[in-house]
Write a protein that binds this ligand. Sequence first.
Ligand SMILES: O=C(O)CCC(=O)C(=O)O
Length: 242
Amino acid sequence: MPAIVHEREDAHVPTLFDAPGADLPRPPREVTDGVVHLPGFLDLPTQRSLVAEARRIARSAAGTPFAMVRPRLRSGQMSVYMLSLGRYWKSHPYRYVEELEGMRVPPIPESFHKRTREALEAAGRLSGSLAAWSGSFRAEAALVNYYPPGSTMGMHQDANELSEAPVISLSIGDTALFRLGGTENRNRPWNEIPLLSGDLIVFGGAHRRAFHGVPKVEEGTAPDGCGLAEGRINITIRQVDL
Ligand SMILES: O=C(O)CCC(=O)C(=O)O
C-alpha cells in the first residue's frame, strides 16, 4: 500500500444508487482478467463476527505502536483509519515491518485466515489467473480500514509486496464505489464496482498492480445486523514475501 493521492476525483462520482445499472442483478463474475467480484460472500452473522474481532483487536492495540490511526502520508492525512495485522504497513518510506519499538505486530486472527482460504477457493473457480493461489497463498499482512462517514481513499497501487499473490478484499458496512484502473497510471479507463456489505473482491493476475481507490462511500447504507452502525470496514489480506 504505497502513496495515497488525495485527488478531488470524488467530485464527479454520482450517487451510487442513481448510477446506471445500480438496480441490476449482481452475479459473481470475473470483472476483468484476474479481478473477481463475489457479491454477498459474507452473510450477516459472519460480517458481525469479523467486525467484533476487528474491534477487539483495535481495543487491545490502543496505546501501543499498532493503534488504529489515520496515517499521515507524504501526500497528506488519510481520512481512513488503519489497523495493521501480521505486518505493519509503515510510511516514510513505505514498507512492511514485523515489529515496532521491540514489539511484534498483532497477529492475523484465525477467522481472517479462514475467510481468506474460502475467498481464494471461490475466486479461483471464476478466474484461471487466480486458481493457482488457493493452495499456496500465505496471509502475511491484513489491513483493517475503517471509513468514517465522508471518507475516501485515493487511487494508488499496492506495490510494497514482493509477491504477485492476489489481494483479498472484504467489505462490511456502507456501500462503497471501488474504482480499478490500469497498471500504468491513475487515469481512465476504470472499472467501477459498487461494493455492498458482505462483498468480496479479489484482484491479482494482470491487475495485481492496478491503480485502485474508493472515491465514494454512500452514508447510511450499512444493513442492520452487519455490526457497524455507520461507516465502512474493509479488510484486505496480502502475501508480502515471495
Ligand atoms: O477499501 C477498499 O475497498 C480498498 C482498500 C485499499 O485499496 C487498500 O487497502 O489498499
